[in-house]
Write a protein that binds this ligand. Structure first.
Ligand code: PLP
Length: 403
């Protein structure tokens, strides 16, 4: 198990707060930070410079590219750095339309906004847009995908995420890839949430494009990459210098690229350990919540979903309304969501798509390697207290964080 105390004392102090919002972003790993710092100080040069100062940064960017390519079993020439998942996803959708003759996009109503809104913008510009149906757990209707692909008179791009960022549902990208090959459609997958939490081999699962972002795996914010399969070349979205072999203009964010390379290497080398640790946290949280809060529900596929994400649906109760603020006051960071679309509050498009009940407050807890069982116990006990329900179980409660 990763020693979170050591982490806290070595780098940042979380001020006795519990950070359970790791799907929003993750704390940077100290080893990643150490790797980055020299590229903000002595190795500050521009990687495009041909003099001495450019050499180390240039070599460091290429090393990071290889670290990412190595993880995906891709060639380094297929990896292009960007400013993050949002840019990568926009680039793929827009460039596939412009350069590959794509006339139709098939995606789902539970994608991240950067895919959904980019697709809707392309629809306004004349591209056909089809959204797949999802069931109450967020599983896609793959039969519908096959039917849509069979009626394939238009060149099609299928863009479907691997792990859903709100409810953690995992998409069967292997089957989708095979359907796309069979029906000659291009396939893009947004792996921003799941990258390096699962193995991914592009030689085993053929994708044309894949997007990733460093800050979800203990790397820095503001850096991402797009994998572009050699067989489906596209042209740049941004025009400018010749960086990234003419694919992405703009001086490279060297320190963050270096951090991304290190973060993926670390995640790859400890993937099993991390998964086991986080699965233990999640299963303890589920069993304790079920035990302590009657009528609690979970969104997504609790058994087969992404182990890092737990979307909790609180029982309808006026006390649940202020829950996010109250848990914040109690030192707990998590994300809110609701299916409501009353006009006063913008509901979650994901919860709406899965028909989550509108009278229940949803809280997304998301874990990382730095979280502990003590934190889970603290959060569950606080939730029970705040929901205001005394279960028959009289297990003694302790504020474990204050000990
Ligand atoms: N895709 C998914 C599934 C995400 O969860 C996010 C961020 O939350 C993004 C894309 C956007 O990535 P970035 O924050 O790097 O722009």
């Amino acid at each position: 198990m990763i020693d979170c105390k050591e982490y806290k004392s070595a780098t940042f102090v979380f001020m006795n707060r519990v950070y359970f919002d790791n799907a929003a972003t993750t704390p940077i790993d100290k080893n990643v930070l150490d790797e980055m710092l020299p590229f903000l100080t002595e190795h500050f040069g521009n990687p495009s410079s041909i003099h001495h100062f450019g050499r180390k940064p240039k070599a460091a960017v290429e090393k990071a590219r290889k670290q990412i390519a190595n993880f995906l079993n891709a060639s380094a020439g297929e990896i292009f750095f960007t400013s993050g998942g949002t840019e990568s996803n926009n680039m793929v959708l827009r460039c596939a339309v412009r350069d590959l003759g794509v006339q139709r996009i098939i995606t789902s109503p539970i994608e991240h906004d950067c895919v959904l809104n980019a697709s809707k913008q392309l629809q306004k510009e004349g591209i056909e847009l089809d959204l797949l149906n999802v069931d109450s757990k967020g599983n896609l209707n793959l039969q519908q995908l096959e039917t849509l692909l069979e009626n394939n008179s238009k060149k099609t791009l299928v863009s479907l995420m691997h792990a859903n960022n709100e409810i953690g549902t995992i998409t069967d990208i292997h089957t989708i890839s095979q359907l796309c090959i069979k029906h000659k459609a291009f396939f893009h997958t947004d792996t921003v949430q799941s990258l390096a939490y699962f193995p991914f081999d592009v030689q085993q699962i053929k994708v044309d494009f894949l997007s990733g972002s460093a800050h979800k795996l203990h790397g820095p914010k503001g850096v991402g990459f797009v994998y572009i399969n050699n067989e489906t070349p596209i042209s740049p979205l941004l025009f400018g210098g010749s960086q990234e072999r003419n694919m992405r203009a703009g001086t490279e964010n060297v320190a963050c690229i270096v951090g991304f390379g290190k973060a993926i290497e670390l995640a790859q080398s400890s993937m099993r350990e991390t998964e086991t640790h986080i699965r233990n946290l999640k299963s303890r949280m589920v069993s304790k919540l079920v035990q302590l809060i009657p009528d609690i529900q979970f969104n997504g596929d609790i058994d087969n979903g992404f182990y890092k994400i737990l979307s909790v649906s609180l029982p309808p109760n006026p006390k649940s309304e202020m829950m996010l603020m109250n848990i914040d006051i109690a030192g707990i960071a998590a994300s809110a969501g609701s299916a409501c679309s009353s006009g006063t509050e913008k509901g979650s498009h994901v919860l709406e798509a899965i028909n989550a009940p509108i009278d229940r407050k949803v809280i997304r807890f998301s874990f990382s390697k730095y979280n502990s069982i003590e934190e889970v116990d603290y959060v569950v006990n606080k939730l029970e207290e705040l929901v205001g329900i005394q279960a028959s179980n009289t297990t003694s409660k302790q504020d474990s964080l204050s000990q």
